[in-house]
Design a protein. Structure first.
Length: 158
């Protein structure tokens, strides 16, 4: 069964807010903020809750830019991740038990300390493009196959 997850990134050109994952899946990697959608939540509500829990930031406006399916050949589970560009928010980023936030210039994004798929879709995100993709990982978290496509049809990501 596929897990539904969220990922929120604040991009205020020329900077982007990422968080260093301190525990759990992705520990030691820079990433956006997000996680599992609870049973009683919409995907958007889950994104807002996770952003607040992990960074202290309250989202007031966001746009969904992408959906990516992740498949792990080791059987550890499949994920459908909904990716949001946070347009307006309240508060300042604060460290939580799970994440340590840091602003980066877009030309200094630490791709070598991120998930290997990020270099394929994050440039589309930074350009404000909508996208849909799929990444298949082996047991060593290496990409064995992928596709990523820009979405031009309105309403496709809803």
């Amino acid at each position: 069964m596929k897990k539904i997850l969220t990922l929120c990134i604040i991009h205020q050109h020329p900077k982007i807010l990422l968080g260093m994952k301190k525990r759990g899946h992705g520990e030691g990697k820079w990433n956006g903020f997000g996680g599992k959608v609870e049973k009683e939540e919409t995907i958007e509500q889950g994104a807002i809750r996770e952003m607040k829990e992990e960074s202290g930031i309250e989202i007031s406006k966001m746009n969904k830019l992408g959906i990516i399916d992740f498949e792990y050949q080791d059987g550890s589970g499949n994920m459908e991740v909904h990716i949001f560009d946070v347009k307006e928010f309240r508060g300042s980023p604060a460290e939580s038990e799970e994440m340590k936030p840091k602003w980066f210039r877009v030309d200094e994004i630490p791709y070598n300390q991120m998930w290997p798929d990020d270099k394929y879709w994050l440039p589309m995100f930074l350009d404000g493009k909508k996208f849909k993709g799929k990444f298949i990982f082996d047991e060593n978290n290496k990409i064995v196959d992928y596709c990523i496509d820009e979405i031009v049809q309105e309403g496709y990501l809803s």
